[in-house]
Every structure is written in C-alpha cells, then in structure tokens.
Design a protein around this ligand. Structure first.
Ligand code: BGC
Length: 416
C-alpha cells in the first residue's frame, strides 16, 4: 500500500499545517438535523440560466479532459492525487473565497490538490468528477451545483470506491454521500430575519422576500430559518408581504412543508443570480404601488443578490429607505455595509468549513469514520454531518468581526 503510507505521512503534516493555517476558528455547533432539509422533495426545475450555460454536446470523456485542462492547475505527471475538489462556479466571490482558503490550507501543507469549477452546469460538474476519478482520487469534496442532479456523480464516485464529502450544499436522493460539512443554515435565515424584526417599528411595514435557487437545498433551509422568525411578525401585522401571493396565501402557517416552501421560493427565486435578482426586484417594484414602498424591509438571501436588489430599490423614487439582508461577507458587500448601502450580512468563516472538510477527508483516507455532530436526511439517508456557527455583521461590528479578527485586511476597504 504505497499510496496509503505516503498519504498518511502527508496527512499528519497536512493536519497540523492546516490547523495552523486556519487559525483559531469557532468549533462546530452540535445541532440537530433540520427536519425540513430532511424530508421534502427537491424541486426539479433547472433554470434557464443554468441550461443556457450548458456546453455543446460532447462525449463525457472529451468534456472531462477538456474541463480538467481548462480549469485547474495542471498536476505534475505521475503524482498521487488523493483529494479532488469540485466547486459550483467562479462567477460568485463566495466560491472564490473557498478556493482561496482550500489552496492556502493545502499549499501550506505542501499537499497536492485539484480544484475544478462547474460553472453553474451539472453536466460540467459530472465531467469534472469523472476527470478526478480518472486521476485516481480517493476522496471527493463536492459542493453541488444542483443537489439532486449531483447524485449521479456521487453514485459514480461510490462505484469507483471513492468517498464523497458534500461541501456546504447537500447532495440529495442518494446513499452515496459519506459525510456533510456545512454551516448552520437555519441560523443564517433566522439571523437575516431577526435583523429585519429588530429594526422594524409599528405595523404595516412593507416586506419583500427573495430566495436562492430551487436546485440548492440550502435555499430551503435558509428560507425555513427566516420564515420561522418572520411569520409571527407577519401574523401580528408588523410586516406586510408585498411580492409573493404564494407566501401571502399561507402566511398564517408557522411551519411550512417543503412543497409549500417550494411554491413560495418558485415565486421569489433569484436562482443565486445577480441579474435574475435585479430583474425580479425591478418587476416587483413595477407591479407595486407607491403605497407598497416607503420604508421597506427586504429579505435578500445572499450578498451578490443583496447588492443587485439594493441597487434596484435605491433607484426607485417611491422607496424612502430600505433595510436589506445578505450572507457570505463578500468583500463587495462589506464595502456596501461600510457605505450604508447594505444593512447586514451573515459571516460564514470559510476557513472553518475548509478545515472541517479536510479533517473529514483525512479521516476517510485513513479508513476511519469522521466525527459527526448530527445528521441531515438527504431524502434517502441520514448523512453524518458537522456544522459550524455563523455571525451577524452590520456597520456596528464590521470592523471587529472581519478586520480585527484578521479575516480581511483593512486596506481592502475604504471608509472604515
Ligand atoms: C451557499 C451560500 C451562497 C449561495 C450561492 C449557498 O448554497 O451556502 O453561501 O451564497 O449558495 O452560491
């Protein structure tokens, strides 16, 4: 077992170097599995944007080879590549953060890694996985573009004897997922909603709801977390939903089924796309009367969509003020928060996620079972999981949370 011996030596080195490179980060919160993430069916719809991005038909083998060559640092010939990583897209700063942190942690350990991007396309994602399997990886760390579509890639990895770690987003409807590394996504939605609640006075405040992509299980968990906090404040008249008839129809229900969430999300989805978010916000504002605007409250699911939605609301003359949520602490949104253009973000320390993923990969490579603090049902099995805490960041704590903590440099921003 040359591979195993070599890998184990390497892994000892990696673990210590990674822990050093990652610094002191919050430990995972042992939290029970969110039940909605567990039970409900994933909506099938793939969006036009995703479909449009699909490459022209080629054979899987050709696509795999081309994709690998095009998107990664070439691996030295004959080297052993034990871990392969597949991330959803380079078009969102969030996933570049993950790439950077993986490279920092793994390079510090002198460890070889190949990171491929799926560019919002499940076919490309599958080709990427096939390319990595061909190179002999033993562990696949994958953040699925489409949680259900990725099941086929996970199945292929399982058949090849490769362990699969679902990263940030859960792969659904397959038993071929060995482990799930995630943030507390229910808390992400709850923190966003709580921010709106804490800053609302009186009754009749206009509320605009936006969500992530229906193909991403996280979009459901975020919305579930937000609804739990917002719904009592909709029921008592603090907020009035202005842009979703589906949400209004069931606004008296505290707990929504996945199908109910799916109907609402279908109406308010941004598909995690800045342009789709802008178009939807524009169309919502066109349909709304001046009386539906004024001092507005906006649940935006992440930073990229928040900036688009914020810019759109800022341009409407009938919008007097607005509060808008976000998540990811992307640099552009941190600057928006400093400038008063975005109200808050939910900071998810990617270094923790990377550390957790690598720790799990090391365990799996050693033939051990990674430590789990809970599980998520993916529609087929309970996937052992570890999840880490998230932090609300607004203008008041942006410096302490993101600069003094060493996550970003002060020189990355102006007006701090
Ligand atoms: C991630 C978010 C990200 C979003 C869009 C979600 O699954 O958890 O951090 O902003 O996808 O890429």
């Amino acid at each position: 077992m040359r591979f195993k011996g070599a890998v184990l030596t390497l892994l000892a080195l990696i673990t210590s170097s990674i822990l050093a490179a990652c610094g002191s980060t919050p430990t995972a919160v042992p939290t029970a599995a969110p039940t909605a993430a567990a039970t409900a069916a994933t909506p099938a719809a793939t969006t036009a944007a995703t479909t449009a991005a699909a490459p022209a038909a080629t054979t899987a083998a050709t696509t795999a080879a081309a994709t690998a060559a095009a998107t990664t640092d070439a691996a030295p010939a004959n080297s052993t590549l034990a871990v392969g990583i597949v991330l959803p897209t380079k078009d969102e700063p969030r996933w570049i953060q993950d790439e950077t942190r993986f490279r920092e942690a793994l390079t510090a350990a002198g460890y070889q890694v190949e990171i491929l991007f799926s560019q919002g396309d499940s076919a490309k994602e599958k080709a990427n996985v096939e390319a990595l399997l061909t190179k002999g990886i033993k562990v696949l760390i994958i953040c699925p573009q489409d949680g259900t579509a990725a099941a086929a890639a996970a199945d292929e990895a399982r058949k090849a004897g490769v362990k699969v770690i679902s990263y940030d987003r859960l792969i659904r409807e397959t038993d071929a997922v060995d482990y799930y590394v995630t943030f507390d996504s229910l808390a992400v939605g709850a923190n966003q909603a709580q921010y709106l609640v804490d800053n609302a006075k009186g009754t009749g405040n206009p509320l605009y709801l936006y969500a992530g992509a229906s193909s991403d299980n996280n979009a459901f968990v975020f919305f579930q977390g937000a609804w739990k906090v917002l719904q009592p404040k909709i029921a008592d008249g603090t907020f009035v939903i202005k842009n979703s008839s589906e949400a209004v129809a069931i606004q008296a229900k505290a707990d929504l089924t996945r199908d109910e969430q799916s109907k609402i999300i279908g109406q308010i989805t941004t598909n995690w796309d800045f342009n789709a978010a802008k178009t939807l916000a524009e169309s919502n504002l066109t349909s709304a009367q001046a009386a539906d605007k004024g001092n507005v409250f906006i649940l935006a699911p992440n930073d990229g969509t928040a900036r688009s939605i914020a810019d759109t609301f800022a341009a409407d003359k009938d919008v007097k003020s607005f509060l808008v949520t976000g998540q990811d602490a992307e640099k552009a949104s941190v600057q928006y928060i400093i400038d008063g253009k975005q109200s808050m973000t939910v900071f998810k320390d990617v270094r923790t996620l990377v550390k957790d993923a690598i720790t799990a990969a090391v365990s799996l490579l050693e033939g051990k079972t990674p430590t789990a603090s809970g599980s998520y049902n993916n529609g087929k099995v309970d996937v052992p999981a570890v999840q880490s805490a998230v932090v609300t960041v607004d203008k008041a704590n942006v410096k302490a949370a993101l600069i003094t903590s060493g996550y970003y440099q002060a020189s990355d921003f102006t007006g701090l």
